[in-house]
Design a binder for this molecule. Sequence first.
Ligand code: ZN
Length: 259
Amino acid sequence: MFKELHNEGYLKFYLKTMSPLSIKAADNNDFDPTVPDNKFLRSYKDGKLTVVMPGSSIKGVFRSRAEKKLKGCDIFGSEYCGKKLSSSMDGKERYKESCPACKMFGNTALKSRILFKDAYPIGEIKMGKRKNVAIDRITGASKRNALFEPEVVEDGTFECEIKMENVFNWQIKVLTEILDEIDDGYVVFGGITSRGFGRMAVQNVQFTMRYYDRKNISGYEDYGFYIERKFDRETLREKLSRLALDDECFGKVEFDETL
Ligand SMILES: [Zn+2]
């Protein structure tokens, strides 16, 4: 990748459930949804076992949305970027030759520049169980009497953070557009989304931008090694409003812009 650290961005926000959220624990028996254990995924935080939205699944949601918005390669097809890149190329070349979605989220030959942290609940969380009809995976028909009851988060707020290294403004714009699409209900999380599960609202958006190789930009505070500025959601939207998501910005490799 780019060896020097030019900038860092930290996008922090809350995701609040607007409908039941189902993220199944991995030890569930995937082949038989009638097994009683349809627990929500849990992980340890500060020594306490708590429900969690894993960063990998949040990333999956953002990536698949970005692939639809941008010209993304098909990771299962012949046009997959990972197949076109060779080990003789340097990091910059591999970046240049990748599609916009891979430029953001990485591929087998390109490190992702965007890291999604596991999101843990803040405050009270209300759990529940929902009856659901098991669908036969082969025929698509519902199995007779095959009800399963996934454990869901009925009401809860999760604290999310996305960390970016050497990020371009267009990539920040893609992420903020996806936040809006979460609010609009176009982007949903977890399973059973066909029944309306996984709708969430975005709250408390705060974006911090740091530049390590720039000085004296108005609005930024100087911390010696870097300059930094915090943006709320409105200011961020306004700053990026005139930026078009086109080939010109996707082709960008020089860090000569500021936010
Ligand atoms: Zn790609």
